[in-house]
Design a binder for this molecule. Sequence first.
Ligand SMILES: CC(C)(COP(=O)(O)OP(=O)(O)OC[C@H]1O[C@@H](n2cnc3c(N)ncnc32)[C@H](O)[C@@H]1O)[C@@H](O)C(=O)NCCC(=O)NCCS
Ligand SMILES: Nc1ncnc2c1ncn2[C@@H]1O[C@H](COP(=O)(O)OP(=O)(O)OP(=O)(O)O)[C@@H](O)[C@H]1O
Length: 240
Amino acid sequence: YLVGLTGGIASGKSTVADQLRRMGVLVIDADSVAKSALEPRQPAWAQVVREFGPGVLLPDSDEIDRDRLGAIVFADAGKRAKLNAIVHPTVYREIAYQLIYHFFMLEQVVVLELPLLFEKSGAGMLPWLTEVVVVYCRPEQQLKRLMKRNPQLTVEQAKQRIAAQLPLDSKVTKATVVIDNQHSEAHSRDQAVRLYKRLLASRAQWISRSLFTAGVAVLAAVVGLPFYLWSARLSRSTAL
Ligand SMILES: CC(C)(COP(=O)(O)OP(=O)(O)OC[C@H]1O[C@@H](n2cnc3c(N)ncnc32)[C@H](O)[C@@H]1O)[C@@H](O)C(=O)NCCC(=O)NCCS
Ligand SMILES: Nc1ncnc2c1ncn2[C@@H]1O[C@H](COP(=O)(O)OP(=O)(O)OP(=O)(O)O)[C@@H](O)[C@H]1O
């Protein structure tokens, strides 16, 4: 079971992801994968420094100045496309490796927290998802929460970050589950608990279907094998 968890910037994806993690759900976070890809001397890091110049590094450090790079790319769609073209292939390859690993480890529910699930770069994941969860809050709340979490942003910059994604209202229309995060975090946690129960129920159904299929296969073998041996002997004796 692969569940996509998305929303708009600062709509509350990570808050809900943490609530699910605390219930024991395995969550892969695309933002963290993207962060690792930009660690010093990673191939994507080297490409970013080449593309945007050493001015995107923190003073006296090899670390990327994320605020500075963010200010550049969220103000300019062309530059953002260049950063995406560098980082996204690595991110989606790493996510694919992690998903394959968890598939072979027989992990039955994996949540993929992916901000850009409905945008061009993430849409390739959609056919693989059993559920698409969108975390929603109103646009004015989104702006307020974003500015509170990232106080270094001006209103203009915060609006640019929001505008870099599809509007949250349009994402909601494509969801199979909406988590309404307009109220308290506790209110959202209740919905996360309901989602968790829904996923467990689906998992139980998946397990019972597998057991049923295995049972039918064993029964077919038990009934079919003697019949096959009997008919094989019969055809041999007829040939003689
Ligand atoms: C520009 C960067 C350095 C800014 O870093 P910063 O620490 O300020 O933000 P952070 O990475 O925590 O992202 C916060 C949120 O911004 C939004 N966001 C990030 N990158 C993008 C993007 N390319 N396009 C639209 N929205 C984006 C997402 O909602 C994300 O959850 C960073 O966001 C980045 O490397 N972005 C490119 C990789 C990417 O697309 N990541 C998103 C998931 S694949
Ligand atoms: N129900 C809520 N009430 C008040 N504040 C909230 C609520 N839910 C989340 N927040 C706050 O809003 C901010 C954004 O939340 P969060 O980081 O979960 O969003 P996100 O969708 O993961 O953002 P991003 O796209 O930037 O990764 C955080 O500071 C968080 O503490």
